[in-house]
Design a protein around this ligand. Structure first.
Ligand SMILES: [Zn+2]
Length: 256
């Protein structure tokens, strides 16, 4: 277990060479955000994490710049060819609107799919969050991600008990389950994730509880990169490293 471990990162703005025990990995120049290549300096992570995730605003108008931005990201990263999606509404915490002008270094906008046990997101008005403990979607939107909900004794995910997200919206869709409700809508959470310097894992390590020393997150290596994952998957092991900032409601055709 454990697999080959690589450390990569994009904290530095210039290319570096990182030499670890027996391995030599090029640490590329700061990986630019796909949408905003000119990133500002690193902000206070704590300051961002301290902002409680709230989604008090009504859904975005379709013409809104942020709606278009999120729709573009989501559609561009819908990679599964056996299913399609159509975004119906987007709820977004406008406190994070600046992210569509400048992304803080080390953070990424990723998707997270989870269990939806109420009809939240089903109307075009304000979000009506439920109080049900079984509704993971509302629990995350209300109080943020919790490590206590990350895996269980019976089920340890591939890279251990952490909080998982992906750059691929159609992969997050696999985990977006309507639980004991009938709804044609599905919801995935748009998150701000601190990837920072990441440890790349090529094999499963279900006992992992933290990234390698000096790293902020774990990334599962994709098949193209010699790993086993078809799509990019990131894991963080601290609640402050992932913030829900929006909810994308969509209809799906094809298999989940
Ligand atoms: Zn709910």
């Amino acid at each position: 277990m454990g697999g080959a471990t690589k450390r990569q990162g994009f904290k530095s703005s210039t290319a570096q060479l990182l030499v670890t025990a027996g391995t030599k990995e090029a640490v590329g120049a700061a990986e630019p955000c796909q949408f905003h290549p000119q990133l500002p300096s690193i902000p206070s992570r704590v300051a961002i994490a301290a902002i409680l995730p709230r989604l008090p605003e009504p859904c975005l108008e379709r013409e809104h710049k942020i709606f278009r931005g999120i729709e573009t990201i989501s559609n561009a990263k819908w990679c599964h060819e056996d299913k399609t999606s159509e975004i119906q509404s987007i709820f977004f915490n406008r406190r994070y609107a600046y992210l569509f002008d400048q992304m803080p270094s080390g953070w990424r906008r990723y998707f997270h799919g989870t269990k939806r046990a109420c009809h939240v997101g089903g109307s075009d008005g304000y979000l009506e969050l439920c109080n049900g403990p079984a509704c993971s979607l509302c629990r995350i939107l209300t109080g943020g991600f919790k490590m206590t909900s990350a895996g269980s004794r019976r089920y340890a995910p591939m890279f251990g008990r952490g909080i998982y997200s992906t750059s691929v919206s159609s992969k997050a869709d696999k985990y977006a389950m309507n639980h004991h409700i009938r709804s044609r809508l599905h919801g995935i959470i748009l998150c701000l994730v601190f990837i920072g310097t990441f440890e790349k894992l090529h094999q499963a390590d279900q006992w992992k509880t933290a990234p390698a020393e000096g790293c902020d997150s774990v990334m599962g290596a994709t098949v193209n990169d010699g790993g086993s994952r078809r799509y990019t998957e990131a894991v963080v092991y601290r609640e402050s490293s992932i913030i829900p900032i929006g909810l994308i409601m969509y209809t799906r055709t094809g298999r989940k």
